[in-house]
Design a protein around this ligand. Structure first.
Ligand SMILES: Cc1ncc(COP(=O)(O)O)c(C=O)c1O
Length: 515
């Protein structure tokens, strides 16, 4: 009773607390959450964090710094923000600055337009769930220009909280059915693990199609058909996911390949999800980014009026690397109008994506024009980031390919290298005895010996019996060179330790398994 001795009441509460079992335990936890894996921030990264803390506490390590080459976070690797983007966002956040002579007129005009789009109020109020109307219009105009005049309707544009949120929302709409009619989602292997994680969380069926490593990670239509046919036996394939340019594989798809993929989706009635967050990150002069939307329209009205397509873009990558803003958008074509209403309902439950992220997205799709005050500086900054990435892509490929037992496809685009590494059988056995994947053992040793944090290929998926790791090309050129040389030296030591008679013969695991 409340009127009793207060001291006694406290003791009772404590006793009751002791007896009470937790409601949320590993036994009661949603099993689909338990099944989710996300290697990019997985155990190796947690270990890197521990080592970093120990270094800060003065504990001696064989290195003085942990280099996190595990995640595509450009600013974390020291990339400077694009001035114009930050100016516009700063003006939107603090409109008093509109009177300051320190800001150029074009940035002020952009900010005023965005603020008007927010009802003339504040970036701090909710926007419409699909996003600020004038930003959606700017996005449509950008797409139209990017796709050489193919029309884009702003009613098909939805702002998102980064591309991840858009991808998750669309997958959520697509997953249904039970048993053999459960939705199957076709994803590339190797893949960006958002896809496998979302599939686990939504309890969909993952259908792997393997990219062709021997052919610069190209998407082979025969392999797509094989995967589809095999999956048809146990689920209902409804979705085809593409990542172009690829993560972790860095390939840029040819127009011919995109046509084949779209034709396949048309024939087999698949909803296409085209992840194009790296559309500005193309480095190889022989490659060009083609959006799925553009290619679909070029294939003619039969295709452009029927294939259901969602394409995704983001503030996180490109030359801005503003992943903390959590900005992005999706363009959705040929979706059933009633389903569209359901999508808007779903989005409205979460109110709206961050309005600051929407403002950042607006700057990306509406950069300074040639006649405007900020054009010269903006262009210089943009070209400097993209030029440096192109050089680092080349350097990474060259150095990794000079290492015996390593083979790296050209980094045509995106922000990563995904070399294949030869792991000697003795190391594979040791990993098996420790119940870890062989490439996890490799990456753990690399981290412990050099402080370099990369992600094992097993976190992205790979052909059985092959091993890889993913590293970003984002550190500064000097740091990246040192990092690559350390990786090379480590690899040679690793081969020497586990396979002294074979080192330093130049072999990859694929070659090894063939011999
Ligand atoms: C292929 C791919 N898609 C989506 C994302 C998620 O991007 P965002 O930060 O926009 O959610 C990433 C992030 O690395 C990615 O690599």
């Amino acid at each position: 009773p409340r009127s009793g001795n207060p001291g006694r009441a406290t003791a009772e509460t404590r006793d009751a607390g002791k007896l009470r079992e937790k409601i949320l335990t590993m036994e009661t936890l949603n099993p689909h959450v338990k099944a989710v894996e996300y290697a990019v921030r997985g155990p190796i990264v947690i270990k890197a964090g521990d080592i970093e803390r120990r270094l800060q506490q003065g504990v001696k390590q064989p290195f003085t710094e942990v280099i996190k080459a595990n995640i595509g976070d450009a600013h974390a690797m020291g990339q400077q923000p694009i001035t114009f983007l930050r100016q516009v966002v700063a003006l939107c956040c603090f409109p008093e600055l509109l009177d300051s002579p320190a800001f150029p007129d074009d940035a002020k005009q952009r900010a005023q337009r965005i603020l008007q789009g927010c009802g003339g109020h504040s970036l701090g109020s909710y926007s419409a769930s699909q996003g600020v109307e004038c930003i959606r219009q700017d996005i449509a105009a950008y797409i139209e220009q990017r796709d050489q005049g193919i029309p884009a309707d702003w009613n098909n544009i939805y702002l998102t909280t980064g591309a991840s949120d858009g991808i998750m929302s669309i997958l959520k709409l697509l997953v249904s059915g039970q048993g053999s009619s459960r939705t199957g989602v076709m994803i590339p292997i190797p893949q960006y693990p958002l896809y496998s994680a979302a599939i686990s969380e939504l309890e969909a069926v993952q259908i792997n199609y393997y990219l062709d490593e021997a052919n610069c990670w190209a998407l082979d239509i025969g392999e797509l058909r094989r995967a589809y046919r095999a999956a048809k036996q146990h689920c209902q394939p409804r979705v085809l996911c593409i990542i172009n340019p690829g993560n972790p594989t860095g390939q840029v798809q040819s127009k011919k390949c995109i046509e084949e993929v779209l034709h396949f989706a048309y024939e087999e009635n698949l909803f296409v999800m085209s992840d194009e967050v790296y559309q500005d990150n193309v480095y190889s002069p022989d490659c060009q980014f083609h959006s799925f939307k553009k290619v679909l329209y070029e294939m003619g009205p039969e295709y452009s009026s029927s294939v259901e397509l969602a394409s995704f873009h983001s503030t996180s990558k490109g030359y801005t690397g503003e992943c903390g803003f959590r900005g992005g958008y999706m363009e959705i074509l040929n979706m059933d109008p009633e389903v569209k209403a359901q999508l808007v309902k779903l989005l409205s439950v979460r109110l709206c994506p961050p309005v600051s992220g929407q403002a950042a997205m607006d700057v990306i799709v509406n950069p300074p024009r040639r006649h405007e005050a900020s054009y010269t500086q903006f262009t210089k900054e943009k070209n400097s980031v993209l030029g440096a990435l192109a050089e680092k892509a080349k350097m990474t490929e060259q150095i990794l390919n000079s290492v015996p037992g390593m083979k790296c496809n050209p980094v045509q685009g995106a922000m990563y290298a995904f070399p294949q590494i030869f792991i000697p059988p003795r190391a594979v056995q040791e990993a098996q005895a420790l119940s870890v994947a062989p490439d996890m053992l490799y990456c753990l040793k690399l981290l412990e010996e050099t402080g370099i944090c990369v992600v094992p290929g097993s976190g992205f998926g790979q052909q059985e019996g092959t091993y890889h790791f993913r590293m970003t090309i984002l550190p500064s050129a000097e740091k990246l060179k040192v990092l690559l040389e350390k990786v090379r030296d480590f690899h040679l030591r690793f081969l020497q330790e586990y396979s002294p008679q074979e080192a330093p013969v130049r072999r990859t695991s694929q070659e090894h398994s063939e011999t």
